[in-house]
Design a protein around this ligand. Structure first.
Ligand code: SAH
Length: 376
């Protein structure tokens, strides 16, 4: 007799990589285990870098077995791993759905910064950013955000060279972190947790184009560093460069910055990012306007040399223009640094991260032909 095949429902395993301590505690309690298992698990995953339950020596064999049936520690797939002449290392990671994101490690004398992505593509459509050209697919899950840090730590550790440790995390890769609020704050929980990465709140930076409601929410949840991508001093220009400005104009953005800083310790500073575009936003008049806007705010201004890409339509400001701009800010007692461009030879610099994005916003249709493939 022919019988139809029986389809057993395939239970998807839960990925413990994306859980903060609270989630892990709830998970262990749900399988009749003690909540303290959560901190043990966090240490194994994030401090020891283990992804196999069998290696977790303080967990009984029977629990190890039970865990392997219902849970997993599953990282992204590494598809490209590139090292720049200046020591910057860039990875392209493939997600389960075939999309790809990029993550960059930037070593400096006194720190190692990992720049991580928060979304697949970006919906904000900033005119000078190549990620924007990719369009937008979806938010990253907390497991996909944490996986970037987990993998980078492991791969850097394998290099076995001095100065290749992650000391700072910046959410400045692909995407707008504050449009993926829940997953981003969950990942930050883990960055700061002493049982996981144990980073100080001063070493974690969220960069935003100015999604104001989420800025207010963030200030209640985490005391991390905030960087604002300002790039223009009047609404007309900012509407063009950073279109989210139409929703949250400069005046409201600056007011939100004041609210954010009012909740921080008096010594803390807000970072203002300002990309230098030749003949667009880099005049002395713009610098003076910026000084005026910053009145009463404790800030560090980061002048970012524009990193060009094909058909961007913009040019990098001359070093003369950048220096003049910086001098005006510094004369007004505003700490200003000119950001060094890193990893240019492997397209790892600011605004050059493109990954591989299945665009769901149909943005690319506006362009004559897709301009970017995956770097490899
Ligand atoms: N969406 C967030 C974080 C990602 S962009 C934000 O807007 O802040 C990280 C930084 O790189 C932002 O300041 C962004 O404006 C800047 N950037 C984007 N494209 C750039 C380019 N081509 N050259 C230099 N900086 C760029």
């Amino acid at each position: 007799m022919n019988s139809a095949p029986i389809n057993f429902p395939v239970m998807e395993k839960v990925n413990l990589l994306g859980m903060n301590r609270q989630d892990l505690e709830a998970f262990f309690v749900s399988i009749d285990e003690k909540a303290f298992r959560a901190s043990q698990m966090m240490k194994w995953i994030h401090q020891t870098g283990v992804d196999d339950f069998a290696e977790m020596t303080n967990i009984s064999k029977s629990l190890q077995q039970q865990l392997s049936q219902i849970a997993e520690i599953k990282a992204l797939e590494v598809v490209v791993d590139q090292l720049s002449a200046d020591g910057t290392r860039k990875w392209v990671f493939r997600l389960k759905d075939g999309n790809c994101i990029e993550t960059v490690f930037i070593p400096e004398d006194d720190r190692g910064t990992l720049c991580i992505s928060s979304q697949v593509g970006c919906a904000l459509d900033c005119s000078f950013c190549s990620t924007a050209r990719q369009g937008f697919s979806r938010n990253l899950g907390s497991d996909e955000i944490l996986s970037q840090v987990w993998l980078a730590s492991r791969l850097l550790h394998e290099e076995n060279r001095p100065g290749r440790k992650i000391s700072n995390l910046v959410l400045m890769g692909m995407g707008e972190p504050l449009l993926n609020y829940e997953n981003v704050v969950k990942a930050i929980d883990v960055f700061l947790d002493d049982f996981a990465y144990g980073l100080s709140k001063r070493r974690v930076t969220v960069s935003t184009a100015g999604v104001l409601p989420a800025m207010d929410r963030l200030s209640d949840r985490h005391d991390v560093q905030l960087a604002i991508s300002l790039h223009a001093t009047d609404d007309e220009l900012r509407n063009e460069l950073v279109p989210v400005n139409r929703k949250y104009p400069i005046k409201e953005l600056i007011a939100a910055c004041h609210r954010f800083m009012a909740k921080r310790s008096p010594r803390s500073r807000l970072t203002i990012e300002y990309v230098m575009l030749a003949g667009v936003n880099d005049s002395e008049q713009h610098a003076r306007e910026l000084v005026r806007l910053m009145k009463g705010l404790s800030v560090l201004i980061n002048l970012i040399p524009f990193n060009p890409f094909t058909d961007s339509g913009y040019k990098t400001s001359s070093s003369n223009a950048v220096n003049r701009f910086r001098d005006i800010l510094q004369k007004a007692s505003i700490t200003t640094v000119i950001r060094k461009t890193r990893g240019e030879d492997i397209d790892a610099a600011c605004g050059q991260l493109v990954g591989k994005v299945e665009d769901k916003s149909r943005r690319q249709k506006r362009f004559i032909k897709p301009r970017f493939g995956m770097h490899s």
